[in-house]
Design a binder for this molecule. Structure first.
Ligand SMILES: [Zn+2]
Length: 394
């Protein structure tokens, strides 16, 4: 840790704004099967509070409780999971190049998925996605549909029904929720893809650790562009639907032109897509020269190609500059990176950390940046949006 550190970020606030029952449901979903004792210790609450809140949910069949016997010491433990007969949830991830529709359950597994290329015309894209959605819903007749979550690469309205603007697709003012409306009972929620990815990563991190819920973190999703999801005090922070558009904050005055109309945006320097132009030395490809894909650059770096390594190190430097700005602005020191950029993590991590250390935030102890999922957050995020909508209404 930096010896010049002046301050230390405090621990996460213990009291989060969401209710106890709702915290428990989210923890059970992420860490199931899980015992009542473990829920109590991970959330820092009394076991009797856990039992009190869990009882009605077991009684009405939302949760099921079973006894497991430890192979080693034969100890018997009662563990909770979501009921296997729970509803199904549908997700639609509309990506810049590729899209997916999928189905999941409260147990968390993806039970069906269809991938397709995103048509550039928004109405064609929505009608194709709708066809695929109807097809996978029809394929599973064993469950009721609980909710539909749609993730989009752009800003949504405050009611989470419409897409306001997706710069990379140049789509504007689309009533997305209406395009996927099933009937009056099924809620359709439209969410920014980075926010959706934040929900997805939060569940994986809780599953893979002994932590309680992640109440404060910043999710930076870097692929075709850069988007940021903000979880503050246990809640997603959306502003009026436009929070987290840090990909379009200027980090180079008069820099490279961006699809948003500005110049020098962060995503023009630190997204996975930016690597190709950095690799080519910011000139158009020569005749017959292919524009390298991010994974190709990583593959070359892995076999010792200097130009590829330097490209990834440069991306790491720009990534760190932006992350330091975001941490300084939001005041939350835990950052998770997701999206294609994660494939190059081994080359990106050190220069990124050096850049953060150069900034003012580098003088403060307690920040962390960790790698998340390179791809799963796309449809995984959309599905998480659907489940989250359902859990918030139990
Ligand atoms: Zn921009």
């Amino acid at each position: 840790m930096n010896s010049e550190s002046l301050y230390h970020f405090g621990d996460d606030a213990k009291s989060v704004a969401i209710g106890k029952a709702s915290q428990m449901l989210r923890l059970i979903r992420a860490a199931q099967p899980i015992s009542r004792v473990s829920i109590a210790s991970r959330l820092g609450i009394d076991p009797s509070t856990v039992s009190e809140n869990i009882k009605p949910l077991v009684a009405n069949g939302v949760l099921s409780e079973e006894t497991v016997i430890d192979n080693f010491d034969k100890r018997r433990t009662r563990v909770l999971s979501f009921n296997g007969h729970s509803p199904k949830f549908a997700g639609v991830n509309l990506g810049v190049r590729h899209s997916q529709v999928g189905l999941t359950t409260l147990r968390g597994e993806i039970t069906d998925e269809i991938d397709f290329e995103t048509p550039s015309d928004p109405y064609k894209a929505l009608s194709l996605a709708r066809e695929h959605l109807d097809a996978i819903i029809r394929r599973d007749t064993s469950r009721e549909l609980g909710a539909v979550g749609v993730s989009v690469p752009g800003m949504t309205d405050a009611a989470r029904q419409k897409l306001i603007f997706a710069p990379h697709l140049n789509w504007r003012d689309l009533d997305i929720a209406r395009a996927f409306r099933i009937d009056d009972r099924v809620r359709v929620v439209v969410e920014n893809d980075s926010t959706a990815a934040a929900l997805y990563e939060a569940r994986l991190k809780i599953r893979d650790s002994e932590d309680g819920l992640l109440t404060n973190f910043i999710l930076v999703r870097s692929g075709t562009g850069i988007g940021v999801g903000l979880v503050i005090g246990g809640r997603i922070h959306r502003g009026n639907g436009i929070a987290g558009e840090f990909g379009h904050m200027t980090i180079v005055a008069g820099g490279k032109p961006c699809v948003c109309g500005n110049r020098g945006c962060w995503e023009r320097y630190a997204s996975a897509a930016a690597a190709a132009s950095l690799y080519l030395g910011d000139r158009p490809p020569a005749r017959g020269e292919a524009v390298p894909r991010f994974v190709d650059i990583v593959a070359k770096a892995n076999v010792g190609d200097t130009r590829s390594k330097r490209t990834l190190e440069k991306i790491g430097d720009y990534l760190g500059i932006g992350i330091a700005n975001v941490i300084m602005g939001i005041g939350i020191p835990r950052v998770i990176i997701s999206g294609r950029l994660v494939y190059g993590w081994e080359f990106i991590e050190d220069p990124m950390k050096e850049a953060i250390n150069r900034s003012m935030i580098g003088k403060v102890k307690g920040w962390s940046v960790e790698a998340g999922e390179p791809v799963g957050s796309a449809i995984g995020g959309a599905l998480e949006v659907a489940v989250e909508e359902y859990l918030s209404r139990i």
